[in-house]
Design a binder for this molecule. Sequence first.
Ligand code: PLP
Length: 401
Amino acid sequence: NSVFAHVVQAPEDPILGVTVAYNKDPSPVKLNLGVGAYRTEEGKPLVLNVVRKAEQQLVADRSRVKEYIPIAGLADFNKLSAKLMFGDDSPAILENRITTVQCLSGTGSLRVGGEFLAKHHHQPTIYIPTPTWGNHPKIFTLAGLSVKTYRYYDPTTRGLNFHGLMEDLGSAPSGSVVLLHACAHNPTGVDPTLQQWEQIRKLIRSKGLLPFFDSAYQGFASGSLDADAKPVRMFVADGGELLAAQSYAKNLGLYGERVGALSIICGSSDVARRVESQLKLVIRPMYSSPPIHGASIVATILKDRDLFHEWTIELKGMADRIISMRHQLFDALRKRGTPGDWSHIIKQIGMFTFTGLNKEQVEFMNKEYHIYMTSDGRISMAGLSTKTVPHLADAIHAAVT
Ligand code: PLP
């Protein structure tokens, strides 16, 4: 007997549940393309060399202690994270119109930003793209915002539904928050062009909407940290306000360290200071203060020119391997004469390919080929290798013929 006897079994998380099922499968050819984590050519998780070096420095420094850090996190980490996202010469930073607080990776940054908006923004409605990362609607609903959607992806072209996007944002009530994936949109791998970003920016500013960027893949899309930050910086350059959530999970491989940052760019330095004081009131009762280790690693790398340079090379290496997997899979399908246009595999950007495979095809590939992916047909290109591409191509070929 239990006072919790009425509690029903909850479903597995749709993304993390894929790995649970994968782990149970004894097949030697099984392939996990579900989870969004980078794997080496050998299929192994990767700890970056620069992270190992930074950790060695931290361990060797006997003056370091494990005291609580401030509610808003490590000051160095926050300053350097803002520069990484907005650029060294960002007007918002030079004018002190920004507050940055260290949060629990991208998820925690979105949640803290969401709760701040629910409490202090006059229009507590957020528009998220369809489709989007499955956690977005849950994060913002629980933060107290009303969640609405805007059209983003066009399944017929497997590209951007730019017209639908502009129409939906154009009719959003003034003041509404708009969630934008800064680069490498998850799950579609479809990003606006810079020209389209400029039109989106003009619309958002003219309608008085408030942009909230989710930057989970800076550097992972193109291989360049600055290039991937361009859309965000366009919105900073016009002098307007915005929020940005940063994650170091993918680009530094710090997944389990839970290290990220929330920045809010405000109209004046005075407003920014007051906003920061309220962010601390959101954070304190939630988890008191953030963890020290991951942020120390990031700060060590960002403030050391050599380590930073080494990081950019390792990051480019990861991005290039993913791009090479796109080409190999595309070529393998062409070689098999698989019916359909598969050029979206090489056109899409970032960690994922939105294959266009339907639920039944995904189930077939799982049953017959032991391939694990989310039921929406999204595959993680980072989980592929030269060795496993033929197996995946065979499975896709069999699924569509
Ligand atoms: N936002 C998007 C679009 C993501 O894909 C992810 C991770 O998959 C996140 C945010 C947050 O990840 P994390 O909390 O691990 O930084």
